[in-house]
Design a protein around this ligand. Structure first.
Ligand code: CA
Length: 195
């Protein structure tokens, strides 16, 4: 056990550094009547997130998106959304009907920390978080904060859009990274013991 612990301590910093080398992942968010599970998702470029609506209240639909100017729609410049999400579809007669939003993060322009709104058709609203960062070990994507046009000093972090939740976001991302690193270290430690 002591050997495992030692290996864990030695390996952890190494893995923490390697954790950013990344294969595309798909994350699933369950959209419920009063909340999302999970409420916050952290992705890198080339990941996919799918928001799956399981709110089966009669005639209630969801529409999840970024409302930059706070006017209650997702149609303005720089805004994006899921479109209307039903809880179930009659696929034969409603070919446009959807129950899930499959959002492929394939554009570095999407990098940022977002507070999205899930607008319910009955006027309810749930705020959810979506954090998108570059996979900076890929080598081909622009570094966050790199000057690409109108340069502003001290722009070392992606701008928090709509909300000042950056500390919470960072905490969540750090916690996620640590959990991943810890799990990986345990795996490696186990493998080392077997060898
Ligand atoms: Ca808007």
């Amino acid at each position: 056990m002591r050997g495992t612990l030692l290996a864990l301590i030695l390996v952890f910093p190494l893995l923490a550094g390697m954790a950013a080398a990344h294969e595309p992942d798909t994350f699933t968010v369950i959209v419920r009547e009063d909340s999302h599970s999970p409420l916050a998702v952290s992705l890198v470029i080339n990941d996919t997130v799918q928001y799956y609506n399981v709110d089966n209240r009669t005639n209630i639909t969801h529409n999840i998106g970024l409302d930059i100017n706070g006017d209650g729609d997702f149609d303005d410049e720089g805004e994006f959304s899921s479109g209307i999400l039903q809880s179930e579809c009659d696929w034969e007669n409603e070919t446009d009907c959807r129950v899930a939003w499959i959002f492929v993060i394939n554009d570095t322009a999407l990098v940022g920390n977002y507070m999205l709104s899930d607008l319910h058709s009955d006027g309810g609203e749930v705020e959810v978080y979506l954090n998108i960062s570059t996979d900076d070990h890929g080598g081909s994507t622009p570094v966050i904060g790199e000057c690409l046009g109108d340069c502003i000093e001290d722009e070392s972090e992606p701008e928090m859009k709509r909300s000042d939740q950056s500390d919470l976001q960072k905490g969540l991302m750090l916690a996620g990274l640590m959990m991943f690193g810890g799990a990986s270290a345990l795996l490696v430690a186990t493998l080392m013991q077997r060898a």
